[in-house]
Structure formats: C-alpha cells, structure tokens
Design a protein around this ligand. Structure first.
Ligand SMILES: Nc1ncnc2c1ncn2[C@@H]1O[C@H](COP(=O)(O)OP(=O)(O)OP(=O)(O)O)[C@@H](O)[C@H]1O
Length: 609
C-alpha cells in the first residue's frame, strides 16, 4: 500500500531564511578570513607564481616550432626542452604549495565559522528551539557552513588569479597580434550575458535545494529519535514513504540546479570555442599570407586557452557564489538571531550565598502575544520550602517554573530571588543556583561518570560517589560491568527509567543549587525502585527551595504550600490540611480516594461534575 504524504511546505519558516544579497553574504563571510591574511596572501602568491610559470609554455612552444623545427636548427632545442620541464616543475611545485596552504586556510575558516555558529546557537533562547527542528539546525551548522566558506577561499584565490590572468593574457594577446586579439574578444558579450543571466536566476534554485536538504534531514533526525514509536505503531512503510517524499524534493531541487548548469556550462564553453575557431580561421589565413609564422599561431592559440580557462573558472565561481549565498542566508539567520539577555554586561550576579527565597509578583506570560498562558500569578516561597504545583494538564505548571531560570522571559510582573529581581540578573549566575530535574531524565550519550559530573565538572571522585550514594544509584552502578564508566547510550537509552531518574538526581545533588525545580515522574516503576527514588528525591529537596510539579498525592501532602493551578492562574493555595478545610477544588480532589496520581483525581472529578 502506498502512503503518500504531502511534501514539506515551502512556506514552513523552519527551513527557510531571510533573503540577503550576494554582497552582504560575501562581506559577512570575509570577516572570518581576516585572521588568516598571511595565508590568504601566500595562497594567492603561490597561485600567481604557478600561473606565471605555466605562461612559459606557449612562448617555448612557439620558439621550438619556429626557431628549431621550421629553421631546422637544433642548437637551442635542449635549452628550450629543459626550460619547459623546469617551467612545468615550478608550476606544479607552487601549485602543490598553494593547495596545501589553501587546505589549512579552508579548514581553519570552517572551524572558526562552525564554532561561532554553534556558540551562537547555544545562547539562543529556548523559544528559538521550540520553533525549529534539530535536523534543520544541524544542516545549517554542518552543510551550509561548508558551502559558504568554499566560495570565499576559492573566490579570493581563484577569482583573483583568474582576473589577473585574464588581464595579463589579454595584454600579451594584444601585444602579440592585435587583430587576432580583437577576434578573440567576440564571444565576450555572450559569456558576460550568460554569467549575468545565471547570477540572476540561480539564487531561487539553490535556496530551494538547501531548504529541501534541510527538510529531509529534519525528518531523518525526528524519525531516528522516534524509531521506537515507528516500530511500535508498525509505521515503517509510512515513514519510508514520507522520507522518500522529502528525499525526492531534494532530488528534484538538486536536479534543477544541475539541469541549468548542464546547459549553461557547455554553452559558455561553446562560446569560448567560437573564439578559438575564429582565431584559428583568421590566423590560418595570416599564416597562408605569410604574415604569421606557424609557431606564432600556436603560441597565440595556447595563450588563448589561458584567457578562456580563467573565464570558465569565473563561471564556476559564480555557481559556487550562488550556492554560498543560499547557505550563507541560513547560517547568518542563526548568527543574527537575538541571544538570551544580549545586554549581559549591564546585568548583576545573584548575591551569594543564595538563600532561595522566591517571590513571583503579578507574573503574566504567553508563548505568543496571541495566547497568554499565565495571568497575574503571585507566590511566595520562603527559603527551604517545598512548593507543590498541582492542576489539570495544560494549566501552566511547567510554564510557571520555566520562568524562574528564565528559559522564557516574562511579559509583565516580576520574579525575585532573595529580593533580587531576576530580570536584571546575569543568566549564568541565575542558573547556577537552580537545579532542574525533569520528568523524563535526559542523559547525554557518554558514561555514567560524565553524566553525574555534569552537575559539577570539577567534582572529586569522592564528591561524585557521595552524590551517587545519596541518589541511591551507587549500588546499581557498581553492579554494571564497567561501573561508573558504563556508557548510557543516546539519551540514556541503555538504562531503565528508574536508573536514569536516579542518575539525574545524583547530577542535581552534585550541583547542589539552593533552588530546585522538579517535575515529578509519572512513569510507573516497581515499589522497590519507587522507594529508592522517593528517598533520593527527599535528600535532594532537603534544605532547598523546591518547586515540585507534583503528580503523587503522597508528595503533595508533604509540601509546605500547595498551589492549585487552573487556566494559567493559581486558584487555591495552602497546606494539605488547610486546603481540605476550605472545601475547594483541592478538597474535592483529595476526597476522591484510591488514586496515586493527582491527575487521576482531576480526570475523575471532571467525569463526576
Ligand atoms: N513551548 C511552548 N510553546 C507554545 N505553547 C506552549 C509551550 N509549552 C506549553 N505551551 C502551552 O502552554 C499551556 C500551558 O502548558 P504547560 O506545559 O505549562 O502546562 P502544565 O500545567 O505543565 O501541563 P502538564 O501537566 O500537562 O505538563 C498549554 O496550553 C500549552 O499548550
């Protein structure tokens, strides 16, 4: 059965980028070449030297034909022969040096640019990533950076050498034979017109090609991460077909680029050959009329190839330039995106030691202007208190806690830690004092040791083991064949849910921040593991201000304050007993017995009412 699904939408902002002029892209990329002026100079100098030596060939060929062969004079043959070998040797020697320096130059620029793009990417707000797909961003960092860089390096070197060669050879041509030189210029309007047409039309094709590459990578990435879901739903065929659609878009996009080039490039070569034919035609007549020696004609024709070849190179560079423009637009979109708290110099560090008193005053927020999610939320968590957030799904609990480490910036109101407004705080200092333990523990693809040490990169072995013991994971780690050096796989796939949770708790314990955000896991684990996790969490929460998005009634009962949220507002607050006495929503929830998770009560309540 065929499962055709729509190709990605060309209007999807995920894959596109702001249109920029070729000049802007070139100007911006050239900044990355600045640190390597010497290399740029050397690569150009070697290219010129190499080209210079190759110019000896026409002259020596002329001398060998006219002075040696036609004059039947062997006296200079050896000299010319050795001269020719020498010229070729130096041509290729300098070319080899040029290639070597060019490669280092190129790889350095790619490295710098890639680093800059990644560094920028890391500092973009969480909201930026909400709107993008990882595959698209990867394509920008991996593929687009390459295409941008090539044109600059090859452009500066090959372009300069080609232009200089054209000028030098043109002077030689006119010097040698002005009439033939004028004939050689006849195809130039055709070549220039072709280049102009290509430049004006290529951008759209390259842009579509880059976008379709990105869309395909985005789907690939998504599917690799969701491979278990695909298998569980038995949707392999469906995904084959979706991937085929995206790959087909890329195939078509690439062919569109290639098709035009397949016409354009030979057409330009033909135009140049027209010049060669006309020169040979007229030159042949000049030889017959005795106005030109055969060797001089051969010399002229060889010089002519040094004239048309750089023109061909300029056409190829133009092709690269158009590809670079499309790639550059996508790379600069990342580099131009606003980083989190861009004015970081004017921001203050949190005063230490941080006690962890958190106050929200009339905080409102929406992910988009069109849809506010939190409305005038106020709360006061004293240092060391445990605050439980409860409420139906979509009420805004995660949103509320995500505002504390400034993953998103509030729309109005303010949030303070120990009386200090976090809006004016430096992000690094703010986040250093907050640990986040999410519902689905995310582990990096490395060893258990690396994952725990992520909480404090310079922690000692004792500190790390101490944290692991407190998180009740030391024992299971010791039972693994490679202990702390066991690899956890992508996102920690080789560990069980309960194990992953405890490793992530150990990581937070090692960080030892005074404020904790905990999204309690709802996944069911066996009673023994459950007990181990609860114990670990209690140790983690001890002496910290903890915001717990609580799902278990047992956890909620222990909270100093319970905040009941609904539709982005806190509708009730108090202790378990206090709220029971008020007889509101929470009391009605708590009256529904036999549930472990508060959500179950919400659901039952909705069903009852
Ligand atoms: N990154 C996001 N971009 C846009 N809207 C979002 C984003 N995250 C959440 N929302 C929306 O904000 C609202 C509140 O979501 P939030 O995740 O805060 O609720 P919650 O109470 O934590 O729910 P749950 O218990 O199901 O996790 C929902 O309507 C949700 O669709």
């Amino acid at each position: 059965m065929s499962h055709r699904s729509a190709p990605y939408s060309r209007k999807d902002p995920t894959f596109s980028a702001k249109s920029r002029s070729t000049w802007e892209v070139v100007r911006r990329v050239s900044v990355y070449l600045k640190p390597y002026k010497l290399m740029a100079f050397a690569t150009m100098a070697f290219a010129l030297l190499s080209t210079g030596f190759s110019l000896a060939f026409p002259k020596l060929a002329h001398l060998i034909i006219d002075d040696v062969i036609l004059s039947k004079n062997a006296a200079h043959l050896t000299r010319y022969g050795i001269g020719l070998i020498g010229a070729f040797l130096f041509r290729d020697l300098f070319n080899s040096l040029r290639i070597r320096i060019n490669n280092i130059f190129e790889q350095n620029v790619i490295f710098d640019m890639r680093r800059a793009v990644y560094a920028r990417l890391q500092r973009l707000p969480v909201g930026y990533f909400d709107q993008r797909s990882s595959g698209d961003l990867m394509t920008r960092v991996l593929e687009d950076v390459n295409s941008v860089e090539r044109v600059l390096i090859d452009g500066t070197e090959q372009g300069t050498v080609a232009i200089l060669s054209i000028i030098v050879v043109l002077v030689i041509l006119f010097w040698t034979n002005p009439l033939l030189a004028a004939v050689a210029l006849i195809p130039i309007p055709l070549l220039a017109g072709g280049a102009l047409w290509y430049t004006l039309t290529a951008h759209r094709r390259y842009r579509l090609q880059r976008e379709s590459a990105s869309a395909m990578n985005a789907l690939l990435m998504d599917n690799l991460q969701g491979v278990r879901q695909i298998k569980a739903f038995g949707h392999e065929n469906h995904e084959d077909s979706r991937f085929a659609n995206r790959a087909d878009d890329l195939r078509k996009g690439s062919l569109a680029v290639m098709r035009v080039w397949a016409w354009y490039s030979p057409a330009m070569t033909f135009a140049a050959s027209l010049g060669v034919s006309l020169v040979l035609w007229l030159g042949g007549r000049q030889v017959l009329d005795g106005k030109l020696l055969p060797g001089q004609l051969v010399e002229f024709l060889l010089y002519l190839s040094f004239f048309y070849e750089p023109i061909r190179q300029l056409h190829a560079l133009n092709q690269m330039l158009q590809a670079a423009r499309a790639g550059g637009e996508r790379v600069f979109d990342i580099l131009d995106a606003s980083v989190e708290r861009a004015d970081s110099q004017s921001r203050k560090e949190l005063h230490i030691p941080v006690r962890g008193e958190v106050v929200y005053t009339n905080v409102s927020f929406g992910y988009s202007n069109a849809k506010p999610v939190l409305h005038n939320v106020s709360l006061h968590a004293r240092a060391g208190e445990m605050i439980a957030l409860v409420g139906p799904t979509g009420a805004g609990k995660s949103t509320l806690v995500n505002l504390l480490p400034a993953f998103y910036e509030i729309t109005s109101g303010n949030i303070t830690i120990d009386g200090q407004n976090i809006g004016g705080t430096e992000l690094e200092s703010l986040r250093k004092h907050i640990s986040v333990v999410s519902q689905e523990a995310f582990l990096f693809n490395g060893t258990i040791r690396e994952n725990i040490l992520y909480g404090k990169l310079n922690a000692t072995e004792e500190e790390m083991i101490g944290a692991a013991k407190a998180a009740n994971c030391h024992d299971f780690i010791c039972r693994l064949p490679e202990g702390y050096d066991s690899r956890v796989g992508e996102r920690g796939v080789k560990l069980s849910v309960g194990e992953k949770q405890r490793v992530s708790i150990a990581r937070a314990l090692l960080k030892n921040a005074p404020i904790l955000i905990l999204d309690e896991a709802t996944a069911s684990v066996d009673t023994g593991t459950e007990k181990l996790i609860q114990e670990a969490l209690e140790r983690l929460m001890r002496n910290r201000t903890s915001f717990v998005i609580a799902h278990r009634l047992s956890t909620i009962r222990k909270a100093n304050q319970i905040l009941v949220m609904q539709h982005g507002e806190i509708i009730e607050r108090g202790t378990h007993d206090g709220l029971l006495a008020t007889g509101g929503l929470y009391a009605r929830l708590a009256r529904i017995q036999n549930t472990t998770f508060i959500e179950d009560s919400f659901e039952k309540l909705t069903a009852v009412e």
